[in-house]
Design a protein around this ligand. Structure first.
Ligand SMILES: [Zn+2]
Ligand SMILES: [Zn+2]
Length: 72
């Protein structure tokens, strides 16, 4: 598998979109495993710091509404 940003052999795969990246183009991004409600009803997230990120995809900072999945 080759890097999505050049033609070098890829060393890792983006945690967010699955693109392959080489050592030169690998980037880090916090990856949220799960979100839960903590003390005083404050939402908290369990995060992996510096997960593999390709630099091309765009992880959204907040959940998106998906009204087309609403079956009511
Ligand atoms: Zn590359
Ligand atoms: Zn990506």
């Amino acid at each position: 598998m080759k890097c999505c940003r050049c033609s070098e052999i890829a060393e890792a795969v983006c945690r967010f979109c699955g693109r392959a990246v080489c050592g030169d183009h690998i980037q880090g991004m916090n990856y949220i495993i799960t979100v839960y409600v903590g003390k005083k009803a404050i939402p908290r997230s369990l995060v992996v710091a510096d997960a593999v990120f390709c630099g091309l995809c765009k992880p959204q900072p907040e959940p998106l509404d998906m009204p087309y999945l609403d079956t009511d």
